[in-house]
Design a binder for this molecule. Sequence first.
Ligand code: 5AD
Length: 314
Amino acid sequence: MTTASMFSDSEILEYLQGSNEKELFDKAYRCLAEGLGTTVLYRGLIEISNYCRNNCLYCGIRAGNTSASRYRLDKEEILGCCKRAVESGYGTFVLQGGEDNKHSIEWLENLVKTIHSEYPNHTITLSLGEKSKDDYIRLYEAGARRYLLRHETATRQHYYQLHPDSMSFENRMECLRNLKEIGYETGAGMMIGSPYQTYNHLLSDLRFLENFQPDMVGVGPFINADNTPFSDYTNTLLAPDDEASIRLTLRVIALVRLLVPKANIPATTALFTLGKSITMDECVKAGANVRMFNVSPEDAKEKYNIYNGKSDGK
Ligand code: 5AD
């Protein structure tokens, strides 16, 4: 049995376009306060490699960007980042990286096992892209408990406007289903104002999230990345300028809060990069409850340029 959604399609479309923004934020904040509570949860983000086999058209570390300066942290460096995260009081390590061909499953498994044995009371979150179900199982058994894999867009045709044909919309969705089935706390999400995105695409994303009920939802503004096919792109409909992009991102966060009430929702680095003066408090008032701090080494932070001007979350 499916329960009726709290919002009709036309209500969602109106909220997306900015009607009754204050009412929307108030509802989302109340939902957060009555559900998870408004205490912000902190995570330590470790960017383990910016090598990537994929060629997502929007991403600054796409394989085709030969101007990107590449790096890969070794095990000792990653353990050093975990130590820094623990010293800062962060209970969760988020290991994020491109789909690096040099990261064998054995190496990753060993890494996760080592972190898990050194920090048995900390949670290991992975964000390393698409893998086989067997590999996801091995990493779960090694001690990882959460996995972030944004769906990017729930509209098949839009997916192929953002990704090359060598990637597969079906596989991405299959990966998300596998992660959930294995028992990971699973994270999905999408960019706001991505190329060719329309309000109807966002409506489909919200319906997908409402139906899938992920444990985490990452939503951040699209930001141009140099040396990519979309380096000069502006979505004139959804995000004609930075301010519009930020406001729409906050409205989407609020709608996600109401449609996926138990989800942990970060105020993303991309949001703070675009909105220099935005505060975590404003994000909480729209329903967000997680903040990630980058604990990667300085030279890694400088090179993990998925988009221009990436802030380190400080
Ligand atoms: N702007 C904003 N977000 C981006 N991502 C990748 N490239 C960009 C960009 N140019 C997001 C994608 C990906 C996550 C790691 O970062 O949604 O899933």
